[in-house]
Design a protein around this ligand. Structure first.
Ligand SMILES: CC(C)(COP(=O)(O)OP(=O)(O)OC[C@H]1O[C@@H](n2cnc3c(N)ncnc32)[C@H](O)[C@@H]1OP(=O)(O)O)[C@@H](O)C(=O)NCCC(=O)NCCS
Length: 184
């Protein structure tokens, strides 16, 4: 397997991965190939960073990040997907580590992301988080292999939650990682 920048010629494969990879748990994320292709084209724009994982000519995963309104020091990881047939082989880790390495070189301090719990995959899904949202968040647990646990395994921390972001009991879990040492 090799990693390379995501390029135009991979756009259709990238869109198919996104559409198929999110269909089971997040069917509204990219409900059609066309919406997924729109996301890929955004990831290919000049202000974005995007990497592809390739097995021969076959795209097995891809990742992208974009600058945020906070300024150059904070970027958002979005999106990340690994082909259903290739999960559990280290592709996701390689994509995340490659992206973070690239952003570190650019002087980025913080990478943030949001990961939705649409169907009770965690202890903060399917419940009313109010009042005292943060105490519920402090004891968040993975129930069904939610990606927040993958990111946490790779060094991201849960830094917040948007209760009901996608409807009642369907929150967005916010995570972040710092790429450079705290200033001395
Ligand atoms: C989440 C996803 C990207 C993980 O990719 P992957 O290639 O299967 O993950 P890897 O094989 O690289 O796993 C890397 C490490 O994370 C661990 N891991 C993987 N999924 C995990 C999970 N859900 N919870 C906890 N740990 C997890 C692995 O055990 C592995 O540990 P190790 O390197 O210490 O042995 C993949 O499952 C996916 O595409 N899911 C659908 C789309 C998605 O959820 N995207 C992110 C939404 S924000």
């Amino acid at each position: 397997m090799r990693l390379a920048p995501l390029t135009d010629d991979l756009a259709r494969q990238a869109a198919a991965l996104l559409h198929e990879g999110f269909a089971a748990r997040w069917p509204l994320a990219w409900p059609t190939l066309s919406t997924a292709l729109g996301e890929v084209h955004e990831a290919l724009s000049a202000d974005r960073v995007a990497f592809a994982a390739l097995d021969g000519d076959r795209l097995v995963g891809w990742i992208s990040a974009l600058p945020t309104d906070y300024g150059d020091q904070t970027w958002e990881l979005h999106p990340l997907v690994v082909a259903l047939t290739d999960r559990g082989r280290g592709v996701g880790r390689l994509l995340v580590e490659t992206l973070l390495g690239d952003l570190r070189q650019r002087g980025v301090m913080t990478v943030m992301l949001g990961t939705d719990d649409e169907d009770r995959m965690t202890s903060v899904g399917g419940v009313d988080l109010y009042p005292d949202v943060l105490s519920r968040l402090a004891t968040i647990e993975d129930r069904l292999g939610h990606p927040f646990a993958f990111y946490r395994h790779l060094g991201f921390e849960v830094v917040g939650v948007i209760p009901d972001a996608n409807g009642p009991g369907r929150p967005d879990i916010l995570m972040a990682i710092r790429l450079v040492p705290w200033p001395a």
